[in-house]
Structure formats: C-alpha cells, structure tokens
Design a protein around this ligand. Structure first.
Ligand SMILES: Nc1ncnc2c1ncn2[C@@H]1O[C@H](COP(=O)(O)OP(=O)(O)OP(=O)(O)O)[C@@H](O)[C@H]1O
Ligand SMILES: [Mg+2]
Length: 254
C-alpha cells in the first residue's frame, strides 16, 4: 500500500488534527466489526509532543485502541485494510450491515484507518480473525485460535510521493493464532497534539456514538493514572453511577 499526497486529497482522506476525531474513526471501525467493547487507553490531558525551538519532540507516549470485534486474518488485512479507497458497502464479501448484530455499517470510503496519521507517525496493528484454526501461539506452542496479523505502518512510507508499493513491516506475532478475535491498534511517535481531558474525550465520543447498550460500550482509560484513582476510567454514554449514589445519599439525609 502506498498512496501519494494527490490520492490523499482526491479520496478525501481526513487527516484530523484532533485526537478525539481520530479515535472516533477507529471506534467506528470497531463498531462495524461487531465489537461489543472498545477500550481506549490514552494519557489524558497530556501533550503528546512538545515544540522546542521549532523542533517537535515526541514524549514517548502511547494511545491504544482495543476491540473485541471479529478482527482480521492476515489475508483480510491484505485485502481490506491495506487497500485505500475501497468501498465496503459495495463489496459483497463485507456488505453494508454487520454480520453478527446487523449494524448499519459506518464505513464509507475505505480511508478511515489512515486518520491516525493526522496525529502520529506509526500505527501498530494486531488483529485476530476468521474461524479458529490450528497453528502456533505467540510463544511458538501448538494452539487453536484465530489467525493473527501483526504489522507496523509508517506514515512517511505510506504517504509518500512515489507509486512504489509499500510493504508494511510485519510484527513478531504475524501468522500466529490468538485465543480471542479482535483488533488492537497502537499509535506512537506523535505530532504536536494534545489528548483532551477524560471529560472532553467522553463528550466528543458520546456525541458521535450515543449511549452505551448491552452490546456496545466504549471505555476510556487514563494511562497516566492507576486504576484505583478517581476518574481513571469512564464508560462513554452511560449514567455516572457515582454521582447518582452521592445524590441519593444526600437526598436520604436531607
Ligand atoms: N477494528 C477493525 N476490525 C476489523 N476490521 C477492520 C477494523 N478496522 C478496519 N477494518 C477493515 O478494514 C477496512 C478499511 O477500514 P477503513 O476505516 O479504512 O474504511 P471503512 O471503514 O470501510 O470506510 P471509512 O473510510 O468511511 O472509514 C474496513 O472496511 C474493515 O473491513
Ligand atoms: Mg472506517
């Protein structure tokens, strides 16, 4: 996969500069893949790279998006993910409704996966999908599981001005099998961007994805906090139980 700057413009690839908009594209993909849960781990309210004397200095931070959807096998990554501008809804292998929950798919243009390149230089993709097959797990032991794709996408190579095909670098888990299906994306090496506060992040995502349900939840996890700290985690679009309990206690005592 290689796409020139010209193609980027022609296809209307949106290289958003807002972190929440970028993550929303990835969450939309998880929704289309019939995930019931998407977890976003991010350093909330942090600058991902500083600017020092005009130089962008990456802070070594990581944003991860994990879903428990149907995932992709290495062949599906090749056919669907590493192709830019292929319309999903007119592709009979994928269609316009999802397989398990018959969700009306959000994917339109086949470019959303590139959105992170509006904020970072590197995307690591780990995805396990397809039927369970016999193979080897990540430690090289014989196992049965979903065929796993592992690859690293490099912005400067993909968004280059040449037409030479770009083969992403495979990661160590490529071709192994995994017990669970799903997709994990890891974004690193950032531009001068800030992660919103967890409140703001929740607001942005609930605007696009609405309320949580039993088949669909988005969880935001603040990677700068330990799990016992207040507000280290939020479920998007759910009523805040803590607030309710507080209110009720006050009501009883009043
Ligand atoms: N998290 C995921 N799980 C499983 N498959 C995925 C995931 N993300 C992407 N894909 C596959 O890769 C394809 C390309 O994704 P991409 O976001 O570029 O395009 P799209 O969702 O079809 O359209 P749009 O440009 O509107 O987002 C998807 O159609 C889907 O087949
Ligand atoms: Mg998409």
């Amino acid at each position: 996969m290689t796409i020139s700057r010209l193609t980027v413009d022609k296809l209307g690839v949106k290289l958003y500069d807002r972190v929440s908009a970028v993550i929303a594209e990835l969450v939309a993909n998880s929704y289309d893949a019939d995930a019931t849960s998407v977890e976003i781990h991010a350093p909330m309210d942090q600058l991902l790279a500083t600017k020092e004397k005009g130089e962008i200095v990456d802070q070594g931070l990581v944003i991860e998006v994990n879903d428990n959807g149907t995932g992709m096998t290495p062949a599906e990554v090749q056919n669907f993910y590493l192709v830019v501008g292929a319309e999903r809804r007119t592709d009979t292998r994928r269609g316009d409704v999802s397989k398990i929950f018959t969700r009306k798919v959000m994917g339109r243009k086949g470019v959303g996966k590139l959105a992170p390149f509006g904020v970072c230089k590197r995307i690591e993709v780990l995805s396990a999908g397809g039927p369970k097959v016999k193979g080897f797990d990540e430690r090289g032991k014989p196992a049965t599981g979903h065929l796993t794709a592992h690859l690293i996408l490099d912005r400067s190579k993909i968004l280059s001005d040449t037409d030479k095909a770009y083969a992403p670098v495979p990661g160590p888990r490529d071709g192994t099998v995994s017990a669970a299906s799903g997709t994990r994306l890891k974004l690193t090496i950032f531009d001068h961007r800030r992660v919103p506060t967890i409140e703001e992040f929740e607001r942005q995502l609930s605007q696009r994805f609405g309320v949580a349900s039993k088949d669909w939840q988005i969880v935001l996890v603040d990677s700068t906090k330990s799990s016992t700290e207040a507000d280290s985690q939020r479920s998007v679009g759910t009523f805040q139980v803590e607030t309710m309990e507080e209110t009720m206690v006050r009501f009883v005592h009043d």
